[in-house]
Design a protein around this ligand. Structure first.
Ligand SMILES: C[S@@+](CC[C@H](N)C(=O)[O-])C[C@H]1O[C@@H](n2cnc3c(N)ncnc32)[C@H](O)[C@@H]1O
Length: 259
């Protein structure tokens, strides 16, 4: 998308992020899983946003670092109780401003943050950097949606990025004094979805742009391999449910360093 930068998503969504997305995944199970995988070592979250995950991780006693490209997201994180236990880093997750060999027990890339990177080259840079930041025995944990899978049986809505129609507009919220429309263009050949949340109130129209460059699980594994990583586990949710290569619409992939 023309004029879309690493900080664009965060700057556009920081003020509504917690209201719209605080319930998107099982935070309790995610925090327990990441803390277990870190084995007492520090955790770095790439694209940490408003701290939905790092604040409870820090409260659980984990030494947590939070990197984000958006100053406004990090300011929202810093305003929360418990944030003083989190080390904040402003930067691009494809080029994290942390010295290689920092020795993290887990580097976490949650809730499609990796797909915010605009192409395979940037995603590979990110995974290479993450691999270079792991302690021996450390884990890279990547949570994403996946193309494919059945539509939601209750709503009939697309279950994952690959199910989005090519171009469409949906109503996200309809209130007495506010309408939020979601407009998107899906380019399956490029595995890319570009969208806008169009937030309309009496005060005016606020555009909230987003884009996702999504990948299949095998594609992600191939990029991880190129970055020196090997798949150790893959679940379809944070509870550790079995991953189904055809039906699963979400994945949590756990990678370790290739020996
Ligand atoms: C979908 S949000 C996820 C936030 C958080 N991980 C969570 O699960 O709630 C994606 C986050 O990644 C950040 N982001 C997007 N592109 C980035 C980049 N290139 N480098 C660092 N952060 C980025 C955004 O600012 C946003 O906070």
């Amino acid at each position: 998308m023309e004029g879309y930068h690493p900080e664009s998503y965060g700057e556009a969504f920081a003020d509504v992020y917690d209201e719209w997305y605080s319930e998107v995944t099982d935070t309790v199970a995610c925090v327990a899983t990441v803390a277990r995988l870190a084995g007492g070592g520090p955790v770095l979250e790439l694209g940490a946003g408003t701290g939905r995950l790092v604040i409870p991780l820090a409260a659980a006693g984990v030494d947590v670092w939070a990197l984000d490209a958006s100053r406004t997201m990090l300011a929202a994180l810093a305003a929360k109780p418990g944030s003083t236990r989190v080390r904040l880093l402003l930067g691009d997750m494809a080029r994290p401003p942390v010295r290689p060999g920092a020795g993290f027990g887990v580097v976490l890339c949650a809730f499609n943050a990796l797909f915010n990177l605009p192409d395979v080259g940037e995603q590979r840079l990110c995974l290479e950097a993450a691999a270079g930041l792991l302690a021996p025995g450390g884990r890279l944990v990547v949570e994403t949606s996946l193309p494919g899978g059945a539509p939601d049986p209750d709503t009939g809505r697309p279950a994952s990025p690959g199910d989005f129609e090519t171009d469409a507009v949906d109503v996200r919220a309809l209130e007495e004094d506010r309408v939020v429309l979601s407009a998107w263009q899906h380019r399956p050949a490029n595995q890319e979805i570009r969208g806008q949340m169009i937030d309309i109130t009496a005060a005016g129209i606020r555009l909230r742009p987003w884009q996702l460059h999504y990948r299949t699980a095998p594609q992600l594994d191939a990029t991880a391999r190129d970055a020196g990583l090997v798949l150790l586990e893959r679940w379809s949710d944070w509870q550790g449910a079995r991953f189904d290569p055809v039906l699963s619409t979400e994945q949590i992939a756990v990678y370790g360093l290739r020996r």
